[in-house]
Design a binder for this molecule. Sequence first.
Ligand SMILES: [Zn+2]
Length: 408
Amino acid sequence: MAELLLRNVRLPRDGAAVDVRVEGERIAAVAPDLAPREGEEVIEGKGGLLLPGFVESHAHLDKTLWGLPWRSHAAGGRLENRIEDERRFRAESGHDAGRQAMALALAFLERGTTRIRTHVDVDTGAGLRHLQGVLEARQRLRDVMELQVVAFPQSGLLMRPGTADLLRAAMREGAEVLGGLDPQGIDGDAAASLDLLFGIADEAGCGLDIHLHEPGEGGARTLDAILDRVQALGLQGRVAISHGFCIGEVEAPRRAALLDRMARLQIAAVTVGTPYRGVPSLLECREAGVVLAAGNDGIRDAWTPYGSPDMLERAMLVGWRNNLRRDEELGFAFDAVTSQGALACGFSDYGLQPGCIADLVVVDARHVPEAVVVRPRRELVISRGRIVVREGVPSASATILGFNTPGA
Ligand SMILES: [Zn+2]
């Protein structure tokens, strides 16, 4: 079994200096002054800050143009305009979802993200083509990353007959989570759309992650309808609401009632920290006991020119959007890209304790708040016990995988 001894790193909790022993893909020991063993590779941590591998809880790896030439953004401002623009672009350009997913996943890995939940478009135009590409990338990356795939009806469910059967097929092919999209805003009938969606989840025995962009009180009514079904089907702890703009857009008493119910049903909120819409407040979610995780959503795709595979940057943006300034609060923003993300997505054996999967990042920072704000170079990244960045130089991912990463 491969063994590594990482010496002289500091714990994020209290700055205590420790050594970390890795055996195979797991953390075997975390303690001061561990004695090296024969045959063990010793890595000097130089007093750097030890962090758990980062978690991206909302990506669309299949859509990205990462590494490709700039594509001009000219679609209209409505959701429907962007859906149509992307469908046309992907049909005309021969966009290779699997190759692009691979390129962006490796860019995440080199910046310390070891687990990703990615939504993948399933629709009547492309069928399962994008999904198959991403599942292939997941297979190639399995030794160094955990990719969790959400079958996502980007073009609507009710409004495009045939999509429900494609989603059922996607779950059989290996998607782990069922996605949803604006049951009222896009499908035009929240009750019928949600009944169909939850029926598919029930058949597949899977959890759900529903994009909810619907604004204000209308969105809150859709959220109520989602919560009713979670309760009825016993899906507590297996459902996430992505964006949930309505939560940030309704009045305080209504918001408190929604968050209270989400907490009781163990429904996670996943936020981008969108600057131009209401968002679930990080501090209110924490207060209410709602898990709040963070993700990029799209990264440099037909939808958006923005986004970055650096989850420390996402933590910074979520902190900024929530006006978090105190050290403790910056730690909460960091939780959204680490422990809270693992809870929202159900990633197991996560953390810095013995027995956890050895997903480790070392940076040159005094503590977590400084790491979030400065976003220093990743000096060392270990993923599932394998070194993928050493002395700030990513190389092993390409070497391990035999894949030539397109540049940023
Ligand atoms: Zn999304």
